[in-house]
Ligand binder design. Structure first.
Ligand SMILES: [Zn+2]
Length: 65
């Protein structure tokens, strides 16, 4: 008998704490772009701010079913 020794690590690690933009939503796209730019500029404060904004927007505009 073979024991199921699957640890099954979660494949999504990098985007775990960050809200993901919803495809087709211009506002999500907007914020995602701003976040990308902030990350390119190493502006962690702005990245966090964008994440906060997107999380709030996604929560209110794209409620998970
Ligand atoms: Zn959106």
């Amino acid at each position: 008998m073979i024991e199921p020794t699957q640890t099954s690590p979660s494949p999504t690690v990098s985007t775990d704490s960050e809200p993901r933009p919803v495809p087709g939503c211009y506002l999500c796209d907007n914020i995602a772009h701003e976040r990308d730019r902030a990350r390119a500029n190493r502006d962690s404060d702005l990245v966090r701010y964008c994440n906060d904004r997107m999380r709030r927007h996604v929560t209110s505009q794209h409620p998970t079913r």
